[in-house]
Write a protein that binds this ligand. Structure first.
Ligand SMILES: [Zn+2]
Length: 193
């Protein structure tokens, strides 16, 4: 058998390469092998395709055990329909070139759509109180949750969740939250129709 890049299933191999293989990679390999049909690691990795790309709040744990991942990718096995979730961006890169291309495309679509949603958001008070945060939450609970979690991190260009509009949104959100505390009026988000 020829030497595989993803040679990780046999315990002996893991031991031999212990110093060169990072523990998360070994755990990823085990998860992939466990949910794939092929018993050859390289082939097992190529059974997988991208299913979904989304983002979390940094509280999630990758299938490899890596904590605080932001990207949540869902991968589906073409052969047996099993799903691996969540897979972080560092682990996605170990899969086939095709999968990595799919991931890049899904990721850029996701970012473009999110930027459009951010652009369409307005903050308001008073008579708009019926169009509240819940309305945004109903359309996209994940996004609403993310939006409410915006912090100085998200306004830092070095951070992964950075978007150029974040500074302004965060300022408005904070203003709304302060106003709702002081004036007992609700901070709300209105979707521009
Ligand atoms: Zn991982």
């Amino acid at each position: 058998m020829e030497e595989e890049d993803h040679n990780c299933d046999a315990d002996e191999e893991v031991t031999v390469h212990k110093r060169s293989l990072a523990a998360p990679y070994v755990r990823l390999c085990r998860e992939v092998m466990r949910h794939s049909e092929s018993t050859v690691p390289g082939d097992a990795f190529s059974e997988w395709t991208m299913q979904l790309h989304t983002r979390g709040l940094g509280n999630d744990v990758c299938v490899c055990g890596k904590k605080h991942i932001v990207e949540l990718n869902s991968l589906e096995n073409r052969v047996n329909s099993q799903v691996l979730y969540p897979v972080g961006s560092s682990c996605v890169k170990y899969f086939s070139e095709e999968l990595v291309e799919e991931w890049k495309a899904m990721r850029s679509t996701f970012m473009r759509e999110r930027a459009a949603r951010i652009k369409a958001l307005r903050l308001g008070f008073g008579k708009y109180a019926s169009k509240t945060y819940e309305e945004v939450g109903e359309q996209d609970p994940f996004y609403a949750q993310w939006l409410m979690s915006l912090s100085k991190f998200a306004t830092n260009p070095a951070n992964d969740t950075y978007h150029p509009d974040n500074t302004e949104i965060h300022r408005l959100l904070q203003k709304g939250i302060d106003a709702s505390t002081k004036k007992k009026s609700k901070c709300m988000l209105i979707l521009d129709k």
